[in-house]
Write a protein that binds this ligand. Structure first.
Ligand SMILES: [Fe+2]
Length: 703
């Protein structure tokens, strides 16, 4: 059988020329008097494609019955009707021939559409098909229209939308403006199925417009020789391994099916090329099931991060090579693009508006990424069978990275003496989940002042064993600028992502600070010990803090160190008031007296604030002043609980370029937002504060 297509736009002209145009034009409604004209809010679009059926939907401005005339020629001849009076019409056509072109026209009251055409879904098991994958079509109808025009050129059988269809799913008008109208002719001729994005806002509009199987949030649908399982990855639904959705997916994937290809589709990527948020925590919940060879998943297709990215095949390490799973993000349908970043598991990423063409070709799946100009910027072929080890990315390695982060975050910091050589002796135990023995080497990169006990050590991990990292070094006195970095290099020939870089030493400064009494003369400051402000994120020591007490107050003097030349900008409101802090930078003194946590903050442009237990406080008796090279604060002792042991830490946030870096008096760390840095340091409000002890004027700081 020869399949042919008539461009939908040409059909009315063809019909008029052949005398077949019997319908009233859609703008000539014939409605008169006080009855408003009937018009389309959303012109006809196609849902629930099947080899023998399809649902034709449209929205009218008046609640009326609906009718679809259809047939294999433009003469139409068959009718399907919906009798209830509604504005959102959904009429199911059944008894179709698979993979066959049909023509149709919809009518609502006096309104009739032009005649459009579509092709019914291919016969079940068909090995040749075309699917357009895209997402995040929201917010920019002009770009969405350009993407749709490129999709239209490929004559696809189905559109698969990865979510964030519109900017705010609750706004009814946005569906027409951002989605349906930019789709143009494509909407009338190609069916689409979708997953729900966060921007749909779980709105009733989404569930009104779509017709999907099951509960319409998570469902499976067969198309040709593809099985598509769509999930709801949004925060409004339970997603964990105990959730009904996860149990549904487990059972759904376990059921044996005939599909040649299995795609799992949802909005939020698990292995992202996003510059600053590669990990959605859902990764640790869903990836183990998706990567299990028994699940038979070939590709995981997502949106949300506005770019294109294709992963290397990801899977679990076994003795013999297995087939990895492709993780593809296609989210360039209109929304503002995001910055992307190549990571170990990313084969190609491009921050560009685009769609992805998936083509079934026998035992091959062809992937092409196509931009707004029709340029193909990625071509890739997925084949069944074991993935070559040079391409295979081990999921266990990504787990090790995560376990490293949490192991370091929960480790006790090493205390580094300020004025004598210190010894660091410990071990970092990092859980692993390899099911086969794995070998590798620990290689230390030296850091100034650090003398590692071993420069290099081989290791072998048996299944279930932790990776043990010896942390043994002598540390010279003085200002340390950087902790040693470790390269964990796994054996070659097993998988691609073989190297992890980590700074595993968690260090802290002095924990006890003896605070000298303040004398009346100004020379006191020169006698008060200066305590370093340190940051393990960049290593450099920037600034120092001095403390003094008298009967009424605690006096704090912060000297801010010079930042690297390239990152320094001079900000002055006027010549007499030099600012030492830029916008976004601050000096923050935190006190705990056992009853409350008090925070005193001085920011850029003389901004200052005080809070107690996280709530803004109007305490007026504290003072702060900015100087050219630092900040002075005076905090009244009367606010603290009488007789309490006062714990204290001081954080300065500086900008190095655009990156905020925190320097702290006694740092303890929790993971921060950039998981590419291990550990991704961030000062914690933790129990590692300095204990302030009142002492003699000559008393010395650390101990
Ligand atoms: Fe999103």
């Amino acid at each position: 059988m020869i399949h042919f297509r008539v461009a939908a736009a040409l059909v009315p002209a063809f019909m008029a020329a052949t005398g077949l145009m019997t319908a009233l034009p859609s703008d000539a409604t014939g409605a008169r008097g006080d009855v408003p004209d009937v018009s389309f809010v959303v012109a006809p679009y196609l849902q629930l494609p099947a080899p023998t059926g399809v649902t034709i939907a449209w929205e009218s401005n008046r609640a009326l019955p609906g009718r679809v005339e259809y047939g294999r020629t433009v003469v139409l001849g068959q009718v399907a009707e919906q009798s209830d009076e509604t504005v959102l019409h959904k009429v199911r056509l059944s008894g179709l021939q698979p993979g066959t072109t049909y023509y149709y026209r919809v009518r609502t009251g006096s309104l009739a559409s032009p005649v459009y055409s579509f092709r019914s879904a291919p016969r079940a098991g068909s090995q040749h098909w075309k699917i357009a994958l895209y997402g995040d079509s929201r917010s920019n109808p002009v770009i969405h229209r350009a993407v749709a025009e490129q999709i239209a050129r490929q004559h696809v059988d189905l559109i698969l939308h990865t979510g964030d269809i519109v900017a705010d799913g609750r706004v009814h008008e946005s569906w027409r403006r951002e989605f349906f109208e930019p789709l143009g002719e494509l909407a009338h001729s190609v069916p689409w199925i979708s997953t729900i994005g966060n921007h749909e806002n779980d709105a009733p509009n989404y569930f009104s417009y779509v017709s999907l199987p099951g509960n319409e949030r998570y469902y499976g649908i067969d198309f040709a020789n593809v099985h598509v399982a769509c999930l709801d990855s949004n925060g409004w639904i339970e997603r964990g391994r105990d959730s009904p959705q996860f149990h549904w997916l487990e059972e759904h994937l376990r059921d044996k099916r005939e599909a040649g290809w299995t795609f799992v589709v949802f909005h939020h990527p698990l292995f992202s090329a996003h510059a600053s948020r590669p990990i959605n925590p859902l990764r640790w919940e869903w990836a183990p099931l998706l990567l299990d060879p028994r699940s038979g998943v070939d590709a995981v297709l997502t949106g949300h991060d506005h770019f294109y990215s294709r992963s290397f095949p990801i899977g679990r390490v076994t003795e013999t090579p297995t087939q990895g799973v492709l993780f593809l993000t296609s989210a360039g349908g209109g929304a503002l693009l995001y910055r992307s970043k190549r990571r170990d598991y990313i084969a190609l990423e491009r921050s560009v508006h685009h769609f992805t063409l998936l083509e079934g070709d026998g035992d091959k799946l062809r992937v092409s990424a196509i931009d707004l100009n029709g340029n193909v910027f990625d071509r890739h072929v997925v084949r069944k069978g074991p993935t070559p080890t040079a391409d295979f990315c081990a999921y266990e390695i990504e787990e090790v990275r995560q376990f490293l982060r949490t192991a370091i975050a929960s480790a006790r910091p090493f205390e580094i003496p300020a004025d004598e050589t210190g010894t660091v002796d410990g071990v970092l135990r990092v859980p692993t989940r390899f099911s086969v023995p794995i070998r590798g080497t620990l290689r230390w990169q030296t850091a100034k002042g650090w003398d590692m006990a071993e420069k290099e050590r081989d290791f072998r991990i048996e299944p279930g064993e932790p990776l043990e990292i010896p942390l043994q070094a002598r540390v010279a006195p003085g200002e340390y600028t950087r902790t040693p970095r470790l390269r964990i290099v796994f054996e070659p020939g097993r998988f691609r992502n073989r190297t992890i870089e980590v700074s595993p030493f968690k260090v802290c400064g002095p924990e006890r600070i003896t605070v000298p009494p303040r004398k009346t003369d100004r020379g006191t400051w020169s006698e008060a010990p200066a305590h370093r402000l340190i940051s393990a994120a960049t290593g450099a020591s920037r600034g120092a803090v001095q403390l003094l007490v008298d009967a009424n107050s605690i006096h704090i003097s912060v000297r801010l160190g010079q930042l690297p030349e390239s990152s320094v900008k001079t900000v002055r409101d006027d010549a007499d008031a030099p600012e030492c802090l830029l916008g976004g930078e601050y000096v923050r003194a935190v006190f705990r007296d056992g009853r409350h946590v008090w925070t005193f903050e001085a920011g850029a442009r003389s901004r200052s604030a005080c809070s107690r237990d996280g709530t803004e406080n109007q305490e007026r008796s504290w003072r702060c002043a900015q100087r050219a090279n630092g900040v002075d604060m005076v905090v009244p002792r009367a606010i603290f609980a009488p007789g309490s042991q006062l714990r204290f830490t001081l954080v300065t946030r500086r900008l190095q370029g655009l990156v905020p870096v925190d320097y702290e008096l006694c740092p303890a760390y929790i993971p921060a937002a950039d998981p590419d840095l291990i550990p991704d340091w961030k000062p914690a409000v933790a129990e590692r504060d300095a204990l302030i002890i009142e002492g003699q004027a000559s008393g010395h700081g650390s101990g």
